[in-house]
Design a protein around this ligand. Structure first.
Ligand code: SAH
Length: 234
């Protein structure tokens, strides 16, 4: 069976979104991964189907109720797939975590809304808080689509060219080297000669140097990790 994604959300219509298109969309149709959405509101039991309430201690906005969310999780996440909660307070998503998730049987993703989720359900249901960057979205749905996009594209057989993941940004701990394609000359700018030399050793060396220089300039933080000091894997 393929990779199974379960998404808990107040807006199930937002899925599969862009993942219904292109390679991910075709893989979904072929059953290489499956997606199930769960409407959190279906697990509210009062007459008004309330899912949120005012923050304890006061302040602006509303908080997702722990009891409602716990019932939803208990109903759909009976296995031991990782349970992610999209959250700006979470650990930033990395390609390493994406690879780990893709190697498992699937994923359960809870999409927050409003001011967030009651802390007690995060603890009680072992939710792993994951952030997609240092900015605030209005809801967890676009973040969940980002996580799924990154995971699905590296599932076996999803990307047409299996090798094309190997040299990408972050995979060797570095940002990727610049890319070029025809025409040979564009508005007076030539493709670097080494790339059309046919000398594969020289090309590999050039690409690694470029990747290293680019990473130094833009993301010196990445060089602190061990992987970056290794030559790019073939
Ligand atoms: N008050 C919260 C932000 C709530 S934003 C705080 O300051 O931390 C509403 C929801 O959007 C969150 O519950 C989360 O699910 C989602 N979200 C917002 N920004 C996100 C980010 N950078 N990464 C992942 N999820 C995010």
């Amino acid at each position: 069976m393929g990779f199974r994604a379960t998404i808990l959300t107040l807006y199930p219509e937002m899925f599969p979104g862009h993942l219904g298109f292109s390679l991910a969309g075709r893989a979904l149709q072929r059953g290489q991964w499956t997606m199930e959405t769960v409407q959190i509101r279906d697990f509210a039991i009062d007459r008004h189907r309330t899912v949120d309430d005012t923050p304890a201690g006061g302040g602006a906005g509303m908080v997702l109720k722990p009891d409602v969310l716990a019932r939803a999780i208990d109903d759909v996440a009976k296995d031991d797939r990782p349970r992610l909660l999209m959250s700006p307070r979470g650990r930033p998503l990395t390609q390493r975590r994406v690879r780990e998730l893709a190697s498992g049987e699937g994923i359960v993703i809870v999409c927050g809304r409003f001011e967030g989720v009651d802390q007690r359900v995060i603890e009680a249901r072992g939710l792993e808080e994951v952030s997609i960057g240092d900015y605030i979205l209005s809801g967890g749905e676009p973040a969940a689509l980002v996580v799924l996009d990154a995971v699905v594209r590296i599932l076996p057989g999803v990307m047409g060219n299996e090798l094309s993941g190997v040299h990408e940004s972050f995979e060797g701990g570095l940002l990727e080297h610049p890319q070029y394609t025809r025409p040979q000359e564009f508005e007076g700018r030539e493709i670097p000669a080494v790339l059309t030399s046919g000398n594969h050793g020289a090309i590999e060396k050039w690409r690694h140097e470029q990747a290293l220089a680019l990473t130094k300039e833009r993301r010196a933080d990445l060089l602190a990790t061990d992987a970056a000091s290794q030559p790019v894997k073939k």
